[in-house]
Design a protein around this ligand. Structure first.
Ligand SMILES: CC(C)(COP(=O)(O)OP(=O)(O)OC[C@H]1O[C@@H](n2cnc3c(N)ncnc32)[C@H](O)[C@@H]1OP(=O)(O)O)[C@@H](O)C(=O)NCCC(=O)NCCS
Length: 349
């Protein structure tokens, strides 16, 4: 079969496709039993289709419950052959259960239709659905030995990030970029921080001077950030973490971030820079652009920043950003080793 000429579309399950679904699932389940293969995507196997109303009702998760996030399930229809060939399940966001090994997309092609290019074509359509959901970066994870899955992910622009072992099985993680959220200034480029950036972060993360007034402490090894970094969703609309690089030579300067406290509708600023890049005006330049971006893209209005009174450089940045002193406060390092008298600055747009 000519892979380039597959005419496929994604459909939602309904009575119209009931017979086709049963035909596909019967074939698939027999193969799973015979060859002890996986149940991907799990959503289409989790309920018995004999009670078709319930199958339809419970196919998709609408609200987060028991650690499961809302999802969408589509079936892949070959329109030339009027045949269902596979299915794909899209998680709307990542949470504790799937940021490491689940990913956003789970897919499967029925046994008789494998190695014909369907998975590659179906993932391309699924990425369009991810775009509609507002996802910029899509995580796909496959078993390290699943060559077909790995290739169909790479065929769709998947970039290998890391291999991890979970519950005894080796899994490969890939990111597909639908849209790179970027902020540009005269000298800087800001883009979402990704797990693979831990290497660049070593330029400041192990430097005690940089961590003097920060709540966290300097890292002991360059790999330390891998404990928290993969748990950060680069699509988050409340925790905007940007890696900052210098345009002229591409070196990483630091991380600028805005974190939305929904209960108070306040966006908190934070920034960290490589020691060698202090005093060059980068933070003012980059944070100003990030604040403007958050206003435009996320509807941000209220901003807040806190710095130790002795950290005059940080206070100067906030003043240059147009922020005004609001009140005095106190904060402590996370390990309790030190407490600082601080100043809180605010900005209303
Ligand atoms: C993994 C799976 C989805 C691949 O579907 P598919 O329709 O066969 O994939 P494609 O035809 O698009 O193939 C993509 C590439 O992988 C290759 N490929 C597919 N299966 C392969 C296999 N078993 N061994 C070696 N190569 C394989 C194809 O030749 C193609 O290579 P190319 O890009 O160089 O042309 C399918 O095997 C499947 O449903 N498996 C069970 C469920 C599953 O494992 N899902 C993934 C969970 S992470």
């Amino acid at each position: 079969m000519d892979k380039k000429r597959l005419n496929v579309k994604l459909v939602k399950m309904s009575y119209e496709y009931k017979e086709k679904l049963i035909d596909m699932l019967e074939e698939w389940k027999a193969d799973i039993e015979l060859n002890n293969t996986n149940h991907s995507p799990w959503a289409i196997f989790k309920n018995d289709y004999h009670d078709f109303d319930r199958y339809l009702e419970e196919l998709e998760i609408r609200e987060e419950k028991d650690g499961l996030v809302p999802d969408s399930t589509f079936f892949c229809l070959d329109t030339d052959r009027d045949r269902l060939v596979g299915a794909v399940n899209i998680r709307h966001y990542l949470n504790g259960n799937n940021y490491l090994t689940g990913g956003h997309i789970g897919e499967g092609i029925r046994p008789s239709e494998r190695r014909k290019g369907y998975a590659t074509a179906m993932i391309a359509l699924a990425l369009e659905e991810c775009r509609k959901l507002g996802l910029n970066k899509v995580l796909m994870v496959c078993d390290a030995n699943n060559i077909g899955s790995e290739k169909s992910i790479i065929n769709n622009g998947g970039v290998f990030e890391s291999e991890i072992t979970q519950d005894g099985s080796r899994e490969k993680r890939f990111w597909i970029t639908i849209n790179e959220e970027m902020v540009e200034t005269e000298r800087l480029v800001l883009r979402r921080l990704m797990p693979s950036d831990y290497k660049a972060m070593a330029a400041w993360d192990m430097d005690e001077r940089v961590y003097k007034y920060l709540m966290g402490s300097a890292c002991k090894t360059p790999e330390d950030p891998l404990v928290w970094l993969p748990k950060k969703d680069p699509n988050s609309r409340v925790n905007i973490l940007m890696l900052v690089t210098e345009k002229s030579d591409g070196h990483a300067i630091g991380i600028y971030a805005l974190n939305h406290d929904k209960s108070r509708d306040v966006w908190t600023l934070s920034y960290v820079n490589r020691f060698e890049d202090w005093g060059k005006g980068y933070t003012t330049e980059g944070m100003k652009a990030l604040i403007d971006h958050a206003i435009k893209v996320y509807g941000a209005r209220n901003f807040e920043g806190e710095c130790a009174k002795v950290n005059t450089g940080s206070a100067a940045v906030m003043k240059k950003l147009g922020m005004v002193y609001d009140h005095d406060s106190l904060y402590s390092k996370s390990d309790g080793s030190e407490t600082f008298e601080s100043e809180v600055y605010i900005l209303k747009k």
